[in-house]
Design a protein around this ligand. Structure first.
Ligand code: PEP
Ligand code: MG
Length: 586
């Protein structure tokens, strides 16, 4: 058995599909002189087929998901057509008699070594794109290293170092039962995708690519973070039973997804969705969310070759609002930097990117696009006849009162400008992400300046515990269910409730049963999460009473260790909602 971090709950048994096998099986064969021309022809043919693929993917994703998400394939086309890229491959085939496959592998190695010496996250992201193109090219060169999905039988378990950007947007084409990756933590591409699809997943499984080959039987236990490769028949049948229970549970929960979210003693909660694109907004509707509590706009920017202008943004926001449940959307302004960077903002290398020039700090330095974003959101909020539209604007990573005042001034100016230009705009409430401990400490003064608050517990926990949320080595510290985090959350929720300021929590813990019970007990009534978790949390709510949850919080606040809180909460969930056992994770 191999152990990683369970990043999406549930159990899956399936056939291994190793997406990145090219990386573990480099080709070393040398060509005979007589083979060189043929090999060049094979490479050119693979390039043509790759170009056709990318164009078809662009068209398909653009029409089914949206042009913004599809833009990544245009970026990949430009890598494919980069003369330097092709010149290198051809030179190695001709001068050094390498196979095209071997040359591709070498090119990737070269880029990897080159980029390893940089801390620039933008460059690292481009490496993922280059790798994506190389894998696609390689797929057209050999069917051995990159089998077609159709060859493999049964539900698939994807095995990868990480999921690549283009795979993330196209995976829906085939039933995927589970995902296992070597790198990444709870907030990696793979983890977010897995959760949004309700697919069990385990990340951070060291060496998994070397131990699994295509066609192996793999068990993924997303609750415990366990991965089993070719286990014995008895183990397989035990997990198949668990998997059936998992499917049954999902079906049962999904049946009640349009029920109101109310506790057993009549307290209503608001269950909202976290989304990145139109497809997620549709999933939010399908899962019974009552609105969107967090729309992460950076994905529009990350998948765009340059700064999307005001009209392009307006169009994108309108599309999202139209597709969202009840047309209620909280739009977060750009939250770039840290782990997400884009080239056109000229991001410099930093020693501590998460503590540096990121998020709102970066937006302030770029008023030319920040003002455009504010204007586009205000314009997208214009009510249409028959719409119950409600748009809110959320500012990430607010640390000080000055920052709140500064954004308010910017919004006021944007309204005045629009007024002067005769462009209609809507009524938009303003709030901030509470994700920096300093803001939690001075919450009282911040509350006076805003209409609502959204607790970004993913960042709040990493900053409070000084433990990188994406680093599996410090995952044991980056835990929401720890004594200091519970105390801080209690204070924040009480302060917001006392000031009558609406408060939502939109970090990953909102969709975790143990954390949800505690948050409800602290008095929180609005939660935003991956759409796939909404039916489960709705069911859990219906088993809860306020008194019981408050009692649980009082007891949990007395426990002095994270492990103790986990044990206590596991027992509580087992009592409150034994039916959810399969979806309850630490
Ligand atoms: C958070 O920090 O909790 C959050 C919801 O935002 P993100 O995960 O995008 O940083
Ligand atoms: Mg955050």
């Amino acid at each position: 058995m191999r152990k990683g971090i369970g990043v999406s709950p549930g159990v899956a048994v399936g056939t291994a599909y190793c997406i990145n096998e090219i990386f573990v099986n480099p080709e070393t064969k040398r060509l005979e002189e007589s083979e060189v021309l043929d090999e060049l022809g094979r490479y050119d043919h693979a390039r043509e087929r790759t170009a056709t693929d990318l164009n078809a993917l662009y068209q398909k994703v653009a029409s089914q998901v949206g042009p913004t998400e599809a833009a990544i394939f245009r970026a990949h086309e430009s890598i494919l057509h980069d003369p330097a890229f092709t010149a290198k491959i051809r030179a190695w085939i001709v001068d050094e008699r390498q196979t095209a496959q071997g040359a591709l592998h070498r090119l990737l190695d070269e880029y990897t070594v080159l980029f390893a010496s940089t801390n620039d996250d933008y460059i690292k992201e481009r490496l993922a794109d280059v790798r994506d193109v190389v894998i696609r090219l390689s797929g057209h060169l050999t069917d051995v290293l990159q089998p077609q999905l159709g060859v493999l039988q049964g539900p698939l378990i994807l095995i990868a170092n990480e999921l690549l950007p283009s795979q993330v947007v196209t995976l829906g084409q085939r039933e995927v039962a589970g995902i296992v990756t070597e790198s990444g933590g709870r907030t990696s591409h793979a983890a977010i995708l897995a959760r949004s699809r309700g697919v069990p997943a385990v990340s951070g499984v060291k060496g998994i690519q070397r131990h699994v080959k295509n066609g192996d039987t793999v068990v993924v236990d997303g609750r415990e973070g366990h991965v089993l490769v070719n286990p014995d028949a008895e183990t397989i049948s035990a997990y198949l039973k668990l998997q059936r229970e998992f499917f049954d549970l999902k079906d049962t929960l999904a049946e009640n997804r349009y029920q109101p979210a109310v506790s057993a003693d009549g307290h209503a909660v608001q269950l909202l969705a976290n989304i990145n694109n139109v497809a997620d907004a549709q999933a939010a509707v399908a899962m019974g969310a009552s609105g969107v509590g967090l729309f992460r706009t950076e994905y529009i920017f990350l998948t765009h070759p340059d700064v999307p202008d005001e009209e392009q943004q307006l169009e994108a926001y309108r599309e999202i609002i139209a597709a969202s449940p009840n047309h209620q959307v909280t739009i977060r302004t750009l939250d770039l930097g840290g782990d997400k960077t884009i080239p056109y903002l000229g991001h410099a290398r930093e020693a501590n990117p998460f503590l540096g020039w990121r998020s709102i700090r970066l937006s302030f330095e770029h008023p030319e696009f920040f003002s455009k974003q504010i204007r586009a959101i205000l314009r997208a909020a214009v009510k249409e006849p028959g719409h119950t539209k409600r748009v809110r604007m959320l500012f990430p990573m607010i640390t000080t009162l000055e920052e709140i005042r500064r954004v308010r001034t910017m919004v006021r100016k944007a309204r005045q400008q629009l007024e002067a230009e005769g462009k209609p705009y809507g009524n938009v409430r303003l709030g901030f992400m509470l994700e920096v401990p300093a803001a939690a400490v001075s919450i009282d003064s911040l509350l006076e300046e805003v209409d609502f608050v959204s607790i970004g517990s993913n960042d709040l926990v990493q900053y409070l515990m000084a433990a990188d949320r994406d680093n599996p080595k410090v995952n044991h510290l980056c835990q929401p269910l720890s004594p200091p985090v519970l105390r801080v959350l209690t204070n924040i929720i009480h302060a917001c409730n006392a000031a009558d300021t609406p408060v939502t929590l939109c970090g990953e813990m909102a969709g975790a049963p143990r954390a949800f019970v505690l948050l409800f007990g602290m008095g929180l009534r609005s939660f935003s999460m991956s759409p796939a978790f909404i039916p489960m949390i709705k069911d859990l709510t219906s088993h809860l009473t306020r008194k019981r949850a408050e009692r649980i919080v009082r007891r949990a606040l007395e426990i002095r260790t994270s492990a103790g809180i986990q044990r206590y909460m596991a027992a509580q969930i087992a009592e409150i909602a034994p039916n959810l056992k399969l979806l309850d994770t630490a």
